[in-house]
Design a protein around this ligand. Structure first.
Ligand SMILES: *Cc1c(COP(=O)(O)O)cnc(C)c1O
Length: 363
């Protein structure tokens, strides 16, 4: 089998060792004679899988005891609705930091929740979201929480430092850089992430939430209620058993590799290679302001849609797949998640250099 480097933004590359382990255990999990896909979510086999997954995630992210960990479904997108319903309950106001597409999606969904007032306290729209907006305490209004998208998967920007907003909790969408760089959980009231970018297969959403916020949340239909889901330890109904199992294996893999700090080191090295090349190239450029650049999602362009297309075709011929940029921004995008090996970045740059030599004259 040829080596394929998968730059897709999500679902995305998973560690090969994890996939091999899944393969080895697929037909008979722990000598049970059953696949993980076939075991009961009420069995002790699954209870152990979930307990270990949660324990390892707590270790990786230093999650304190006063935070609950939930394994849910509905993607990050359902959290755009659940967070407002559960947490915007006193002032019924949410402040949003508008950093692009996913922040906008979160804003749109919050607006649909009855009786909630939504404010964009700052926006990167002026820069077409190629840089992050300035944030300071004075921006904060009298809201139940502030919502921030930590890593903007499409635009390729990321917050390195989490802003503080006095007493108001921060709810963070960490879908595309959870476990890829160090953040302090205690800076947040809640963190959520769809699994299919930096964790595992689609179908799982991780929610990390401070317990006092759970306690205060109102009575809601069960599947929309953090309180009821926490009370049932995420198994109020059938959880995504296979996705949780795979996520658990990824967490084990991350610990064996050296944890989040080691991942951040590798992600810095991988992204620096590509950014350094982009900043020196006469054909390719990064549209993103240097201080706002993401470690995990790196958009780049030639400035010519036809050349972009030719490059994507050449990359595909070289087994570099998933590089087509998001339809909203065009160009190319390299997603360098935890499981993406540095060799793939080196190969990408080699192919870009070759393309550059052939197209230098074209303007
Ligand atoms: C992919 C993504 C989402 C949407 O995730 P789903 O799990 O598909 O709902 C939300 N926010 C960010 C930052 C993302 O990258």
């Amino acid at each position: 089998m040829a080596i394929v480097y998968n730059f897709s933004a999500g679902p995305a590359v998973m560690p090969k060792e994890v996939l091999e382990k899944v393969q080895r255990e697929l037909l008979s999990y722990k000598n049970s004679g059953m696949s993980v896909m076939e075991i009961s979510h009420r069995s002790s086999l699954f209870a152990d899988i979930q307990k270990n997954a949660e324990g390892n995630l707590r270790k990786l992210m230093n999650i304190p005891d006063e935070y609950d960990v939930l394994f849910l479904q509905g993607g990050a997108t359902l959290q755009f609705t659940m967070a407002p319903m559960n947490l915007a309950i006193n002032k019924k106001k949410i402040d949003f930091v508008d950093t692009g597409h996913w922040a906008q999606r979160a804003i749109e969904e919050a607006r649909l929740v009855d009786g909630i007032e939504v404010t964009q306290i700052t926006s990167g729209a002026d820069s077409k979201y190629t840089s992050l907006p300035e944030i300071d305490d004075s921006l904060q209004e009298d809201a139940d929480y502030v919502h921030i998208t930590l890593n903007n998967t499409i635009e390729g920007t990321a917050f390195k430092i989490v802003p503080t907003f006095k007493e108001v909790p921060i709810i963070g969408d960490m879908s595309s850089n959870i476990l890829g760089q160090r953040y302090n959980v205690t800076d947040f009231g809640m963190i959520y992430a769809g699994a299919q970018k930096n964790i595992g297969p689609a179908g799982l959403t991780v929610v990390i939430i401070r317990h006092d916020l759970v306690e205060k949340s109102p009575d809601l239909p069960a599947m929309l209620s953090y309180k009821k889901l926490v009370a049932k330890n995420s198994t109020l109904n059938t959880p995504p058993v296979f996705a949780i199992y795979c996520a658990g294996l990824v967490f084990e893999w991350l610990l064996a590799q050296g944890g989040v700090d080691e991942m951040e080191k590798r992600n810095r090295k991988k992204s620096k290679l590509l950014y350094d090349y982009l900043d020196s190239s006469s054909v390719f450029q990064s549209p993103v302001a240097i201080e706002s650049r993401s470690l995990t999602n790196i958009p780049f362009v030639t400035g010519n849609a036809e050349l972009d297309k030719q490059f994507i075709a050449l990359a595909n011929d070289n087994n570099l797949v998933g590089l087509k940029g998001h339809r909203l921004v065009g160009g190319m995008r390299a997603s360098l998640y935890n499981a993406f090996p540095i060799e793939g970045v080196e190969k990408l740059i080699t192919v870009m250099e070759k393309f550059e030599l052939e197209h230098k004259e074209v303007d």
